[in-house]
Design a protein. Structure first.
Length: 430
């Protein structure tokens, strides 16, 4: 009797080991696919930023060159809209599409989405639109997971796990932030926890992050000076600042709804909506070029360049409106990085009231708390900023600021941005 039980236990352990080994191999493959595609996309976006700067130099050299820029923006706007029309699921950030697929609400064609996402996002970025690479990278990673599942003929539950782990790997590639990738996928995409799922997400994220560090750099995305010791009295200002960021995050979400409505009323054909965004981009090229593209370099400029308070306030509102108008035009592109940039501007504004010596501290706090207010994922926001800035000593102030922003935004009653976008996606299918 005991020998029979021992055999059953051994067979059970072998089965568990076999399943774990298979999931491990699948997750490594997902990490490699997601890493390769994410690196390709990140490289293209970096190149598109160089093209934007080329046109800026061109029109500064001779005003007549604006004609070339106009023709260029019309072409890339049309192409960005065309790819979104060819594959509607490639439009926007891609995060709601991944969440909907994990919830069995839709089924995407991975090859079509991958092709249209990469090139649609590339053409949108060529036009200088204020879009991030993280949402597209998450969808590229998730579709990598689906491809691996299809190649190895995995069951539906395993496919969902690989979709989620691919999403983790995608965020890891975009921001050199593997832990934030895992947390975001669990908080926002899958919304359920299990040991195999966590294992798969961790493995895929770490594999893709290793590839990213080999190609780019192991350094954090942003370099911040050490914040130094924080006085106890400063926590009062940090808490108040969190409330203000919660209010501004709510305003952001409301403006996004308004911009979607604006495009719906002014341009019935989604193919031509990106041209409206490109027209705004043209104005920014001429009048306010600092808000063009995602704004990655702007964060560190704020640390080492002295801007006046009035300029910073104007910069925040123009950057926010341009980012929202870029995103709601329906092209492929994300909102994560532009949100972080807007948060950094708000941190620079706050430092005018709490002391310039706290500039770095309040930029870090603001990026995390502003993202929390909009997305409503405080843990992901905190870990993401830890990984992006290497500011590991700021756990307590970050936690206070993010929690205050989170509860303020919840009290004000707007949906978190990705829940709202998922709801729009569900309604569009009805």
């Amino acid at each position: 009797m005991n020998s029979i039980k021992n055999k059953e236990n051994i067979q059970s352990l072998r089965s568990i080991f076999k399943d774990d080994l298979r999931l491990l191999i699948d997750s490594v493959c997902v990490g490699i696919f997601a890493g390769a595609l994410g690196i390709t996309y990140r490289t293209l976006i970096t190149y598109s930023n160089k093209v934007v700067h080329f046109f800026l130099k061109l029109i500064n050299k001779n005003g007549i060159n604006i004609l070339y820029l106009i023709i260029f923006l019309i072409i890339v706007g049309f192409l960005a809209g065309l790819f979104s029309k060819i594959e509607p699921y490639s439009a926007g950030s891609g995060i709601p599409q991944v969440t909907a697929e994990v919830q069995d609400q839709l089924s995407q064609n991975p090859l079509r989405v991958l092709f249209c996402k990469i090139f649609g996002g590339f053409f949108a970025s060529l036009g200088g639109l204020s879009l991030g690479r993280e949402g597209p990278s998450i969808q590229l990673g998730a579709m990598s997971g689906k491809l691996v599942s299809n190649i190895f003929k995995r069951d539906k539950d395993t496919e969902k796990t690989l979709l989620t782990s691919g999403a983790s790997a995608g965020l890891a590639v975009a921001f050199n932030a593997p832990l934030a990738g895992v947390l975001f996928s669990l908080e926002e995409v899958h919304k359920k926890f299990s040991k195999p799922l966590i294992l798969s997400c961790v493995v895929a994220s770490f594999v893709s992050d290793i590839l990213t560090q080999i190609v780019f750099s192991p350094k954090p995305i942003f370099t911040f000076p050490h914040a130094g010791k924080i006085n106890f009295n400063m926590y009062i200002y940090i808490a108040i600042f969190g409330v203000i960021l919660g209010i501004l995050g709510t305003v952001y979400n409301l403006l996004m709804k308004g911009c979607f409505l604006f495009y719906k009323k002014t341009c019935k054909n989604p193919l031509f909506r990106p041209e409206i965004a490109m027209a705004l981009s043209l104005i920014m090229f001429i009048v306010f070029p600092i808000v063009l593209t995602s704004g990655h370099n702007l964060v560190e400029k704020l640390l080492y360049t002295s801007y006046g308070l009035i300029f910073l306030i104007i910069l925040y509102f123009i950057k926010m409106l341009f980012s929202i108008m870029s995103f709601t035009s329906g092209v492929s592109g994300g909102i994560f990085l532009p949100i972080l940039v807007q948060g950094s501007i708000l941190g620079a504004i706050a430092s005018n009231f709490v002391g310039k010596e706290n500039l770095g501290l309040f930029i870090v706090l603001s990026m995390a708390a502003y993202l929390t207010a909009i997305v409503r994922s405080p843990l992901t926001s905190m870990v993401l900023i830890f990984e992006m800035t290497a500011s590991l000593s700021l756990f307590l102030p970050l936690g206070i600021c993010c929690i205050m922003a989170y509860f303020t935004a919840n009290v004000l009653g707007t949906l978190p941005v990705y829940e709202y976008l998922l709801e729009r996606l569900q309604n569009s299918k009805k």
